[in-house]
Design a binder for this molecule. Structure first.
Ligand SMILES: [Zn+2]
Length: 209
């Protein structure tokens, strides 16, 4: 599996470009900004974009989705529970000083247990409410990779003081779903450096009992 990580926008959201080497099909996760750079990577790697996946409806993760869809025709997928936040994107953009993205249209809801397929690669949707109600992680069990959105960071967890956030829920999601994954799982958080489940289980101060 090809996996390129591009930090985008003023908040440096980790945008993931995931591709199948055989079929050249790809998905882009969290195209928050810098769509031209994302398109350049897709072209260079000769990848055809099949799906745009949003881990949660914060502007830094979804800001470039409509532009990427317009350029590629790929549908935008997101958990249904974040649709209310999609309606607040222009307000969110103003808060962080980003361009308002205009009307963002979600093509398909993706719930817990949904499998997103590109070529031979299967990503399992794990619903992990807490940072937002509709936050998801995407787990690639064959490749031992987790795209964690803003649920888990190296040494920290997602903030829960924004609309739809809940400390109780994020801790439940982390303990019952995320830490249930094998220690060797490579984690790509929504911001900042890579980590592993084992590293976070052992050292993340928010995850100690
Ligand atoms: Zn974020």
């Amino acid at each position: 599996m090809l996996h390129k990580i591009l930090p985008v926008g003023p908040l440096q959201c980790n945008c993931s470009i995931v591709g199948d080497e055989q079929t050249r099909e790809a998905m882009v996760i969290d195209p928050g900004d810098q769509v031209e750079d994302i398109l350049h990577i897709l072209r260079e790697a000769k990848l055809q974009l099949k799906q745009i996946v949003i881990t949660h409806a914060h502007i830094d993760h979804v800001g470039g989705a409509m532009k990427l869809k317009a350029a590629t025709g790929a549908p935008i997928l997101m958990n249904q529970s974040d649709y209310a936040l999609v309606k607040m994107l222009d307000m969110q953009a103003a808060w962080v000083g980003m361009q308002p993205p205009g009307d963002v249209k979600i093509d398909e809801g993706i719930g817990d247990g949904r499998v997103l397929q590109i070529g031979e690669i299967a990503g399992n949707v794990i619903h992990t409410p807490g940072h937002t109600e509709g936050s998801i992680c995407l787990h690639f069990p064959q490749q031992k990779k987790l795209i964690a959105g803003d649920t888990l960071f190296a040494g920290s967890i997602g903030r829960t003081d924004l609309p739809g956030g809940s400390m109780e829920k994020i801790l439940r999601s982390l303990h019952t779903r995320v830490l249930a994954l094998p220690d060797e799982t490579q984690v790509t958080p929504g911001h900042g450096p890579q980590t592993t489940i084992g590293e976070e289980r052992e050292t993340n101060p928010f995850l100690q009992e």
